[in-house]
Design a protein around this ligand. Structure first.
Ligand code: AHR
Length: 320
């Protein structure tokens, strides 16, 4: 074949074009993710879900553990901005105090996705979307279980102690609100003590010990904002010579495997599901957001309620 100047030029152009487009196709999406910490079984499952999904989807993940401190999250977000990542995602430790750093991300034209927990900001354009559970509804579900249970023993009063999650966090605020809303209509159900256990087993145990010291046998129900605190508290109840699940009804949220084991042992009465498996949906959203595609403002995860009676049947199906 005779190579003319024109054919040589055309092949060179084609080569250059395919090199550029394959470079585009090969460029992985870079996501900066700031995680709350490793405070609970739920959080461990959530981190794993995000890391596995990123790997599967070929997303380069820059992962930072904030150790339950907002200032660490702010630092991490600033470092993601400096590194010019494509998308920033984070699960905020607390609801408020995000305006400044989110404005910085917006000025750098980096879209932000909230996962698991919400933020309170006046400007809704500071984040693209929020994927996570309806925490208020989880609190309501926990209370509805108790209302039904109380209906079996007319005339009996139930003194409730509440172990709240991290102060200022969306799940602590919302789960408290949802529960209070439902029991408000029932004068037999009364919260007599409420304190934070910071979503950890150790704190859950410590605070329950204090509740037991102060209230003794007056406690009929423990409502814990997560399973880990409930599991810690169960230990405190046993150490006080009482039977968790029998002398004190135990209600919690998350539905991690640890809660199912506690239910099978008769120590926990019900767990309300909160799914940590947000990784796959987060990666799909990140691609759309980075490509400038429209996404829903709010994606709510679908969840159930698992009383002890179904624990044996459900445990084999649990993924976290
Ligand atoms: O934000 C979700 C909550 O955070 C989970 O209920 C709890 O276990 C976690 O630490």
């Amino acid at each position: 074949m005779k190579l003319t100047r024109r054919t040589l030029l055309a092949s060179a152009m084609l080569l250059a074009l395919s090199a550029t487009s394959s470079a585009f196709a090969a460029k992985p999406l870079v996501m900066g993710f700031s995680q709350v910490g490793a405070e609970s079984e739920w959080r461990t499952a959530n981190t794993l879900s995000i890391k596995e999904a990123a790997k599967k989807e070929g997303v380069t993940l820059k992962f930072a553990d904030a150790q339950q401190r907002q200032e660490n999250q702010v630092k991490a977000i600033r470092s993601f901005i400096a590194q010019k990542v494509d998308v920033i995602a984070f699960s905020p430790v607390v609801e408020s105090g995000w305006e400044t750093v989110l404005r910085e991300a917006k000025a750098a034209r980096i879209p932000v996705i909230l996962t698991d927990r919400a933020v309170k900001v006046a400007d809704p354009t500071l984040y693209a979307t929020f994927i996570g559970a309806d925490f208020v509804e989880e609190g309501r579900r926990a209370a509805r279980w108790l209302v039904e249970r109380a209906a079996r023993t007319p005339g009996r009063n139930f003194h409730i102690v509440e172990l709240q999650g991290t102060v200022g966090s969306a799940p602590a605020i919302d789960r408290k609100q949802g529960f209070a809303e439902v029991i408000a209509g029932n004068p037999r159900l009364k919260i007599i003590r409420s304190q934070t256990g910071d979503f950890t087993r150790a704190k859950g145990k410590e605070v329950m010990e204090a509740f037991l010291k102060a209230q003794g046998k007056q406690i009929d129900v423990l409502y814990a904002h997560n399973d880990d605190m409930a599991i810690g508290a169960i230990q405190a109840i046993e150490e006080a010579g009482l039977k968790p699940g029998v002398d004190i009804l135990v209600i919690s949220i998350d539905a991690v495997k640890g809660a199912f084991h506690a239910m099978l042992a008769g120590k926990l009465n019900v767990t309300v599901e909160c799914s940590p498996l947000l990784g796959p949906q987060l990666m799909a959203l990140a691609r759309d957001v980075a490509a400038g595609k429209p996404v829903p403002r709010r994606i709510t995860t679908v969840e159930g309620v698992f009383p002890a009676e179904v624990a044996a049947k459900e445990l084999p199906n649990r993924k976290y």
